[in-house]
Design a binder for this molecule. Structure first.
Ligand code: SD4
Length: 333
């Protein structure tokens, strides 16, 4: 080997060694950090937090955790409650349809190892959160959309059913009289559910499920099933979930942003406030027309919530108590 090549190779391999050893020590210190947090008495667990007034869903998730179940199982079981609740018109059965009268559902789930599964635009399958989990656990993919997702659901034994309830059909027919299409989201209440949980082992998982915007264009997908948009979890740092006008959440990669801000040292509350700030401070400031709300939790079990307008709320289960809480908000004028 020519000397110059030898020197190049030797220095490259020693550089590699240095890089590898510093990576190992960096990984070790990260591991120590997490273990220290988990061992610390300050760690709050189990814990559940979910968007909107979702008492029963949170209670269901909490029961799973109190019995020693995983955060993943808890968020799946919790979200299923809202998917089965026909009165909720933004999730699962009873969700308001698209402009053609079709109910299409979106969902995603993330576990503490950073695995993710999602389904988008699914018709006739109620428990899309469980379908998203199947995508995560049984396929080499992370997302399945439309017909493909439905086909996979059927192959996994999911029941097909009509998701358009009488009440939602009536609301859609009324809407059709004017067919006013403006993707404005009701500011006071929704029930898209984004849920984050910490189990007794200190692991964090998250889930999000929705029927999306009422009377949306067929094929429209919002933030809820998109990793980093409607939901993000990094088990070392914490998690975040979003609700409201998905287009605005996606444009700012809201949930990922919140987790990254917490990584940089912000509290969950500060991180949620900054993520809302990124939306309301955009040129044009059209935020008066729509709502976005975030919830977040960090590894220690501290939580935060913030929205653009008043009336965003969330449920939180901690110390064996499940409470419905009004979120702080930006637009106080
Ligand atoms: C979406 N973020 O599809 C959802 C809608 C929502 O409460 O959260 N509604 O844009």
């Amino acid at each position: 080997m020519k000397r110059r090549n030898f020197i190049k190779k030797a220095s490259a391999s020693s550089l590699g060694l240095i890089a590898a050893s510093s990576l190992i020590s960096c990984q070790e210190s990260k591991k120590d950090k997490i273990e220290n947090i988990i061992k610390s008495n300050n760690l709050i667990r189990p814990l559940v937090i979910a968007t909107w007034k979702t008492d029963l869903a949170v209670e269901t998730a909490a029961k799973v955790l109190e019995q020693g179940g995983s955060a993943l199982k808890a968020v799946e079981q919790g979200c299923r409650v809202e998917e089965a609740n026909e009165k909720g018109q933004s999730v699962g059965k009873g969700g308001l349809p698209d402009r053609d009268g079709e109910v299409t559902l979106d969902a995603c789930i993330i576990d503490h190892k950073g695995n993710y599964g999602a389904v988008l635009g699914v018709k006739n399958i109620k428990h899309v959160i469980s379908l998203a989990r199947k995508v995560m656990e049984k396929t080499p993919h992370v997302m399945l959309v439309g017909e493909g997702a439905k086909k996979f659901a059927i192959s996994e034994g999911f029941k097909q059913e009509n998701l358009l309830t009488k009440a939602s059909k009536k609301a859609w027919l009324k809407w059709k009289e004017t067919s006013m299409y403006k993707p404005i989201i009701n500011i006071e209440n929704h029930d898209t559910i984004g849920m984050l949980a910490i189990d007794k082992k200190g692991n964090i998982s998250g889930a999000c499920t929705t029927s999306g915007l009422a009377y949306k264009m067929p094929g429209r997908v919002g933030d809820s099933p998109i990793i980093g948009g409607g939901l993000f979890v990094d088990n070392e740092i914490g998690g975040a979930a979003a609700t409201g006008l998905g287009e605005e959440v996606l444009k700012t990669v809201g949930s990922f942003l919140i987790v990254e801000l917490m990584r940089q040292g912000k509290t969950p509350q500060e991180a949620c406030e900054e993520a809302i700030g990124r939306i309301v401070n955009k040129p044009g400031k059209n935020y008066k027309d729509f709502q976005v709300g975030y919830i977040a939790v960090n590894k220690q079990g501290e939580t935060g919530a913030y929205s653009i307008h008043q009336w965003f709320s969330y449920n939180k289960y901690v110390d064996k108590v499940n409470t419905h809480i009004q979120s702080d908000f930006f637009n106080k004028v």
